[in-house]
Design a protein around this ligand. Structure first.
Ligand code: AMP
Length: 211
């Protein structure tokens, strides 16, 4: 299955794409994770991306399109994949089409803006491996310690309230049109994000069972 997951920042894309990846045994490709690890590694890509991410803006299309092209060409993706956080603009969606990639379904996690702002304040991220948690909805076993690698959990720099508002604006102006793009192709499936992660996962799996 070739899938895309979309949603506002904090809608739960990362968590649900991990669940889908495990259930269908396909790799999850998160452009956000790739960019953050490039920043951490101090690479040229990281240097290019940092100021955009810090401002809650989109990294230029050409940069992320190259990342996706490179990943989709690997063997790991030949039996399917889930794209988390790509495409986030119409030119990115068009670039995916131009690569000849067939998409089976685009899952949109619907969460109202008010909920997003509250949710983001509880989000915690692992400094080392990038795993994502929430103090209420997806807590780590030990407070502020990553279950996966034992490193410290922190609030992501771009999860600060002022940046979250910019990210929401960017989402509405540049990413929401992508939903209509896929709706017109009959590929869009909307799932209402629930308060409990497990309830959203159930709805996501139900929706995908019909694809
Ligand atoms: P995420 O972890 O998906 O919320 O992404 C974090 C940040 O990385 C976003 O706010 C953007 O600045 C950048 N980013 C991630 N994916 C993309 C993309 N497809 N296009 C442009 N910028 C992106």
């Amino acid at each position: 299955m070739n899938l895309i997951i979309m949603g506002a920042p904090g809608a739960g894309k990362g968590t649900q794409s991990e669940n889908i990846s495990a259930k269908f045994n396909i790799p999850a490709i998160s452009t956000g994770d790739i960019l953050r690890s490039a920043i951490k590694g101090g690479t040229e890509l990281g240097k290019q991306a940092q100021s955009y991410i810090d401002a809650g803006k989109l990294v230029p299309d050409a940069v992320v399109i190259d990342i996706i092209k490179e990943h989709l060409a690997t063997d790991a993706c030949k039996n399917g994949f889930i794209l988390d956080g790509f495409p986030r603009s119409i030119p990115q969606a068009e670039a995916l089409d131009a690569m000849g990639v067939q998409i089976d379904a685009v899952l949109s996690l619907e969460v109202p803006d008010e909920t997003i702002v509250t949710r983001m304040s509880g989000r915690r991220t692992c400094l080392k491996c990038g795993a994502s948690y929430h103090v209420l909805y997806k807590p780590s076993a030990t407070a502020d310690v990553c279950d996966k690698c034992g490193a410290e959990l922190v609030i992501r720099a771009d999860d600060k309230p002022e940046t979250v508002l910019n990210r929401l604006n960017t989402f509405h102006s540049q990413t929401e049109p992508v939903k209509s793009y896929y709706a017109a192709k009959g590929k869009l499936i909307c799932v209402e994000g629930q308060e409990e992660v497990a309830d959203t996962t159930k709805l996501v799996f139900e929706a995908l069972s019909k694809v």
